[in-house]
Design a binder for this molecule. Structure first.
Ligand code: SF4
Ligand code: SF4
Length: 386
């Protein structure tokens, strides 16, 4: 059966196994079929040798978090992300992807998403939301408005993050403004980057959202992103659409910490917060964008201490909608992260991705976005007249 995978990319894997220890699902299961090497072997069996898509084979693909930690670990340069995305798209079309397409429809309709979020927030306060959904952080019933302050940079606001974590956008905008940049929030012009659609195998919908996003953000101003998952998706539009226009668009996309690390001298010098902060690297910042170091560069001047986790950036198990679709595996993966956080003994964990922060917060971890921490330090110093 054709999984839609480029045979050259599939054949790049030499089955050496050097990626195994980087894979969170292999680490918790010790099952070869839940490793990158095992999954690639199954892709070959199905695509090249006509093996059937049994329940076990489908399960091996479904349990992949798509964290892409296997990519930097691979000496042969296997582009695993493109292999699993093609596989997921084939599986979604076989299953009749319309159920997921329907479930994801509100993501690109801000008013519908907002209305649904308010209803969810009310249900949450009435204790009607199942614990397995992992929604421990309160979904706001009201959000302060975002207003443009200039045209130096676009600030990508996205879908769920804007509906549930507007405060992070407000903090991000204040920090960018403190560095002297005029900020234009993207808002309804680009309501959803399509990252969750790519993950779920909804390829056509992801392409449509990418085109809409590109149309909504004209010009050549940098597109600054404070969600690692959205930033990774926006940076991969060139790959998704395969056009020069999309590649030029992706070249404008920059993670907010990556952007500020280049301009850190433009931020005011302030009294650091008395916090020991452990940095959690979202997979799509570390393994896909490879832009995790700037988080430290930006945070360090604003906190007493920045400490590292000792798990070499292993996934936390959030994986977009993965923690909802595969709660058992997501919970097991998270346990490793929680142990590492416990050993670091931080006051707070800094995470630059909404999915990771919600998944960790659901386990009782104090998590904040790096921009919220920097913003607090700036505001306290301004209030104290320093
Ligand atoms: S993906 Fe890379 S590291 Fe993993 S088995 Fe294949 S060649 Fe080796
Ligand atoms: S993407 Fe992550 S979960 Fe999937 S095979 Fe690679 S390392 Fe394992």
């Amino acid at each position: 059966m054709d999984l839609g995978i480029d045979p050259e990319r599939l054949n790049a894997c030499v089955q050496c196994g050097l990626c195994l220890t980087a894979c969170p699902t292999y680490r918790v299961s010790a099952d070869e079929t839940m490793s990158p090497r095992g999954r690639i072997a199954l892709m070959r069996e199905v695509q090249d040798r006509g093996a059937p898509l049994t329940r076990e084979v489908v399960r091996a693909f479904d349990t992949c978090v798509q964290c892409r930690a296997c990519e930097p670990a691979c000496p042969s340069g296997v582009q695993y992300g493109s292999l699993i995305e093609a596989t997921k798209a084939t599986l979604a079309s076989r299953r009749g992807g319309w159920i997921r397409a329907l479930a994801f429809a509100p993501l690109s309709r801000p008013r519908l998403l907002r209305a649904g979020s308010v209803l969810l927030g009310i249900a949450q306060r009435a204790h009607l939301v199942p614990r397995r959904l992992g929604l421990s952080a309160r979904i706001p019933l009201w959000r302060a408005p975002l207003r443009a302050s200039g045209d130096d940079v676009w600030m990508f606001t996205g879908c769920v993050m804007d509906a549930w974590q507007r405060d992070v956008h407000l903090a991000t905008q204040r920090v960018l403004e403190a560095a002297g940049f005029g900020v234009r929030p993207t808002g309804a012009g680009a309501p959803c980057c399509g990252a969750l659609h790519v993950h779920a195998g909804l390829h056509d919908r992801a392409v449509a959202l990418a085109r809409r996003t590109m149309d909504g953000l004209p010009g050549d101003a940098p597109i600054v992103v404070n969600s690692a998952g959205c930033g990774a998706a926006l940076k991969e539009y060139g790959h998704l659409l395969g056009t020069d226009e999309a590649r030029a668009f992706s070249a404008r996309v920059v993670d907010v910490q990556e952007f500020l690390a280049r301009h850190v001298d433009r931020l005011p010098t302030v009294e650091p917060l008395a916090l020991r902060v452990a940095v959690q690297d979202p997979c799509h910042l570390r393994h896909v964008q490879r832009a995790h170091e700037p988080v430290r560069t930006v945070l360090r001047p604003f906190v007493r201490e920045c400490v590292e986790l000792d798990d070499e950036g292993l996934c936390c198990g959030a994986g977009g909608a993965y923690s909802v679709l595969e709660p058992g595996m997501a919970g097991q993966i998270r346990e490793r992260k929680l142990s590492s956080i416990g050993r670091a003994r931080p006051d707070v964990v800094a995470s630059a991705n909404p999915g990771c922060s919600m998944h960790l917060a659901a386990a009782g971890v104090a998590v904040r976005h790096p921009m919220e921490i920097v913003d607090e330090a700036l505001r306290l110093s301004a209030r104290a007249g320093r």
